[in-house]
Design a protein around this ligand. Structure first.
Ligand code: HEM
Length: 526
């Protein structure tokens, strides 16, 4: 538990380990309910039994709609005071980055995405990498994954991509045909699929994987100047993955292999560490690039946008209670501190609504009063009440009758405004896709930089699932993979009995935008 829990609020009567009920009444018989005679009917006034069983009946809250299986631990972030070779203050006024050696406590939750709360941690699935920094200016949540990119670039498509990956609503089985029915109509997913079906798709453990913020954020400095930024975490333990065959063996024995590994390492004092880096870009739309900086299906090439070291994260403490700290932790992309900001990345904007919306439903409207979610900074709001509220966020000396602002009677006042000068944006209200889509180029780059055994693994993994799909879906997938790379498409096609000739002549999808390079590849296909 975080040390913000208020001991004064806890019942004190259990010091001698006498069992009590939740009203603090000692329980002298925990073996039998109250009945008339030893075989007789039970009585309704049996408060102790009713309290125990009705609490048990409510022991679960809804699991997360995605990332249901995960594991939390705690640690700290130590800043270098720099962003690469420059003082951190050049780009951001966020306090946690400013001084060399400054430490900020944090909680992290690693997770899988698609499976339910008790599903396998050795599944082929992206991994969640969600960090809650308890900074002096309030919480900062960085909710990312281990693969650097995502399947889609507009939040309105999120329920669709997740429905395709989750079990069929009729059979409740995860069906390859549903997954690839959606993906084959979604060319921007080819980059993420190429990562996911490569050996990187099953990390060996949570300790041995990278973390990425994925979406594009901003940093803001003291003058209010903004830059675009991407976040990276590199494990000092190295990156390690499992092949499908290795994963089968692991999950045959233990569905919770990754959380066990993490918990055990921390218990043994073998504290995992990650170096944190950022990539930085000037804050405009970069017409010189043939992809959009606000597109989360793209990485920013490191040769053009170098990694700049900002600090190190060390994980050094386990949870004390899985439910309180793992099931009730609530992170979201809206949770930023001064000096960090949103970009107009359309995924990020949609995510920012979704997280706190689901948490109000999943945990309750006062989820921020729970110890694991409470900021370490002072919280002073005029919001109170609601289910399970147990204190008010009052500032010292605040008049308790003044829960409105402005007031001349010792109420809360606004904080000082900080400068923020992002570029001006103009445009017509529209519903449209980013213009620079270039859906295949980075998947191609990824395919080309893989080692031969990684390509073999990728082809085998895709072939395995695509062989369970219907012909139309198979053909469209092979067509996309040929658009990515001849060798990639040809080899997956061979694995499922589809030749280049079978898909030659297929037209692009309705509304699909091809680059000149894509067009010449299409012509070559015939
Ligand atoms: C969890 C929505 C995209 C990473 C969740 C949850 C929702 C959600 C509703 C459950 C949160 C909870 O119950 O506390 C969305 C939407 C997205 C999106 C609407 C797209 C528009 C992404 C992307 C990433 C990501 C692109 C990776 C960069 C995560 C992680 C969690 C999560 C790591 C688990 C957080 C935890 O451990 O508590 N997402 N998500 N999501 N999402 Fe997303």
């Amino acid at each position: 538990m975080t040390d913000r829990s208020d001991d004064a609020m806890r019942p004190a009567g259990t010091a001698d380990r006498v069992l009590t009920n939740r009203q603090g009444h000692p329980v002298s018989n925990n073996q039998s309910q109250r009945t008339v005679g030893s075989r007789g009917p039970a009585t309704l006034e049996n408060y102790q039994f009713l309290e125990k069983i009705s609490h048990f009946d409510r022991e679960r809250i809804p699991e997360r709609v995605v990332h249901a299986r995960g594991f939390v631990c705690y640690g700290e972030f130590e800043a270098t005071g720099m962003i690469g070779d420059e003082p951190a203050s050049t780009y951001t006024r966020a306090k946690l980055f400013q001084d060399k050696g400054k430490k900020t406590p944090l909680a992290i939750r690693f997770s899988t995405v698609i499976g339910g709360r008790d599903s396998s941690e050795a599944a082929r699935d992206p991994r969640g990498f969600a960090v809650k920094f308890y900074t002096e200016d309030g919480n900062w949540d960085l909710v990312g994954n281990n693969l650097a990119v995502f399947f889609i670039r507009d939040a309105i498509k999120f329920p669709d991509v997740i429905h395709s990956l989750k079990p069929d609503p009729v059979t409740f089985r995860q069906e390859p045909n549903r997954i690839f029915d959606f993906m084959s109509q979604t060319p921007e997913s080819m980059h993420m699929l190429t990562h996911l079906f490569s050996p990187r798709g099953i990390p060996a453990s949570y300790r041995h994987m990278e973390g990425f913020g994925v979406n594009t954020y901003k940093m803001v400095n003291a003058q209010g100047d903004t830059v675009l930024v991407k976040y990276h975490f590199h494990p000092r333990q190295g990156v390690a993955s499992l092949t499908a065959a290795e994963a089968e063996k692991v999950q045959g024995k233990d569905l919770g292999s990754a959380s066990k590994d993490l918990f055990t390492a921390i218990e043994m004092g073998n504290f995992p560490q990650w170096d944190m880096y950022v990539q930085i870009m000037e804050d405009h739309d970069h017409p010189e690039l043939d992809w959009d900086p606000l597109d989360d299906t793209k990485i920013w090439p490191e040769k053009d946008f170098p990694l700049r070291h900002v600090g190190t994260m060390t994980l050094n403490r386990n949870v004390e209670d899985f439910f309180n700290e793992n099931e009730q932790i609530a992170m979201g992309t809206g949770v930023l501190v001064d000096g960090l900001d949103f970009s107009d990345d359309k995924m990020l904007v949609g995510r920012t609504f979704s997280y706190s919306d689901t948490q109000r439903y999943r945990v309750g409207p006062n989820y921020l009063q729970l110890p694991v979610n409470q900021p370490r900074a002072a919280v002073s709001t005029n919001q109170s009440g609601g289910q399970m509220s147990y204190y008010r966020d009052m500032a010292p000396g605040q008049n308790p009758s003044v829960n409105y602002e402005p007031s001349i009677h010792n109420g809360l006042r606004e904080a000082e405004r900080q400068p923020n000068n992002p570029p001006e944006i103009t445009g017509r209200l529209t519903r449209s896709v980013l213009e620079r889509r270039n859906d295949y180029v980075q998947a191609r780059g990824r395919y080309c930089t893989m080692m031969e055994w990684e390509r073999d693994d990728l082809v085998a993994n895709l072939t395995d699932l695509l062989s369970q799909c219907e012909r139309d879906v198979q053909e469209r997938m092979v067509w996309h993979l040929l658009m990515v790379h001849d060798d990639y498409g040809t080899r997956v096609g061979q694995g499922i009995g589809i030749s280049v000739e079978d898909v030659a002549g297929m037209a692009p999808l309705d509304g699909q935008v091809l680059t000149d390079d894509d067009k010449s590849r299409l012509e070559k296909l015939g």
